[in-house]
Design a protein around this ligand. Structure first.
Ligand SMILES: [Zn+2]
Length: 473
């Protein structure tokens, strides 16, 4: 005789508010949420949940009174290794190309240990800000670094992960931006990308790990590599990611080198479609917005990085009005220099209100351009769509148990949460999560990371950051 393994249950009891972001965008007052194993099975009032509760009690219960529950935030663009090179003085006041040229020599010293440790530091910061799923775009592989090192780090800390196998193949001598010493051979890039997808990519619902093909940018890879990466990704059923139209210099490079706008360049190489997302798109023109909308091509909007590097203001409202899938990204930690997803959402809200370019897809500035509820939707459902997932991004039965709780009694929310807990969470100073649950597992409890000891991790990270800067002189 066989019997099914008992299901592990987690009850989030009596939250002040559950912002479900479900298809009806329900906001449930004094509601509870029940998890079995990796999925949500029920949410609603105590009465609604009663039929679902096990007769012998739940395995774990969290008292959520005075807390707001939101879907786990989804970060669609990051370079986690850059946590080692935040606020480097020589790169504090540069625009994109100058910033990259300053930092490439430092990044040339990256080691496998540095990638592992910085990935965990970046993920700790994300998890503590209510983020449960992140992509990471690793495009430098010096000194034996492999994407496997990020993948191992994510599994250990317990974050849902879309690992993007980045690459650079056009160095300075061939008209690219990076030094020749940091670029890879294209055949080796494609072979390694295939190996990673075949080894790790999990296409099943609730997957904790997916692999993405991700040549870095128009100014660091060839057209051949873009085409071949797309062919490989589509043959193996994975997604594609790169940088596009980040600032005026990026557009000028595309026009001068390829005779095309960034959107035309992407389309000419097969880089549009609902299996593609591009980071930034600050300078995506109206024709590009229309093509992205028509093809379901996604955008990772990175407001802090765009402000930090003075790249400009991405036309997010126009993209959303046109129907372009848009998610949020904190971008690399050397151009943000934080990885707080609620903070990123707040900046997206604020920046959209001062945008000013007008186009056929609607007006582009004003206080109602991006509301708190709009931006939370971009940070949750929007990110899920951009990553090609229908099992995360909102809270309803059958969805992955990915969510975050924030305590409404904190200093930063004082006098705000009493009026509108959800509005206050997005508009007040960015709060830290009290609890973060990923795939049914409590990863942050009472404001503390449970899966790793953060103190020693930070000490090691700071030692490695100094070592990296010292090695570069
Ligand atoms: Zn980036």
């Amino acid at each position: 005789m066989t019997s099914a393994a008992p299901r592990r249950t987690l009850l989030i009891r009596n939250a002040e508010l559950i912002a479900t972001l479900d298809d009806q965008r329900r906001e449930l007052r004094h509601a509870s949420l029940l998890v079995q194993d990796r999925q949500i099975v029920a949410l609603g009032s105590a009465e609604d949940l009663r039929p679902w509760l096990p007769a012998d009690g739940v395995d774990e219960e969290i008292d959520a009174s005075d807390h707001i529950v939101i879907p786990g935030l989804v970060n669609t663009h990051h370079h986690m290794y850059q946590s080692l090179t935040r606020a480097i003085p020589a790169a504090q006041n540069a625009e994109l190309f100058g910033w990259l040229r300053t930092l490439y020599p430092l990044w040339a010293g990256l080691t496998p240990e540095m990638v592992q440790v910085s990935t965990q530091v970046a993920m700790a910061e994300l998890l503590l800000s209510g983020c449960t799923t992140s992509s990471d775009h690793l495009y430098l592989y010096p000194n034996g670094v492999k994407l496997d090192h990020s993948i191992e780090a994510a599994a250990e800390i317990g974050m849902r992960f879309h690992a993007a196998r980045g690459s650079m193949s056009v160095g300075e001598s061939a008209g690219g931006l990076p030094p020749d010493s940091l670029v890879e051979d294209e055949a080796a890039i494609l072979a390694d990308t295939q190996r990673l997808i075949e080894t790790y990519h999990d296409a099943e619902p609730l997957a904790m790990l997916r692999v993405v093909a991700a040549p870095c940018s128009p100014f660091s890879v060839s057209r051949d590599l873009m085409r071949e990466s797309a062919r490989l990704a589509r043959a193996l059923g994975t997604r594609m990611h790169t940088h596009l139209a980040e600032n005026d210099h990026d557009v000028a490079y595309s026009l001068a080198k390829f005779g095309m706008t960034p959107a035309q360049y992407a389309e000419s190489l097969g880089w549009v479609g609902d299996d593609v997302w591009h980071a930034h798109c600050v300078k995506l023109d109206d024709a590009g917005i229309a093509r992205f909308a028509a093809t379901g091509t996604g955008v990772a909007h990175c407001p802090c990085s765009n402000m930090r590097l003075a790249s400009g203001i991405a036309p997010v409202r126009r993209m959303l009005n046109a129907g372009v899938p848009v998610g949020l990204g904190v971008d690399g930690s050397a151009s943000n220099d934080g990885a707080h997803m609620l903070g990123e959402a707040r900046q997206a809200l604020l920046l959209a209100r001062v945008g000013r370019s007008l186009g056929p897809f609607g007006c582009d500035h004003g206080p109602a351009e991006m509301t708190a509820r709009n931006v939370l939707e971009v940070a949750t459902r929007g990110g899920a769509k951009v990553l090609g997932r229908n099992d995360i991004g909102h809270l309803s039965p059958g969805m992955a148990a990915d969510f975050a709780l924030f305590d409404l009694r904190t200093l930063g929310l004082a006098g705000g949460a009493v009026h509108d807990p959800l509005g206050a969470l997005l508009m007040c100073a960015p709060a830290s999560a009290a609890y973060t649950v990923v795939n049914g597992r409590v990863v942050v409890r009472e404001g503390q990371l449970c899966t790793l000891d953060l103190g020693p991790l930070l000490a090691c990270h700071n030692r490695l950051a100094q070592q990296l800067a010292y090695a570069a002189g």
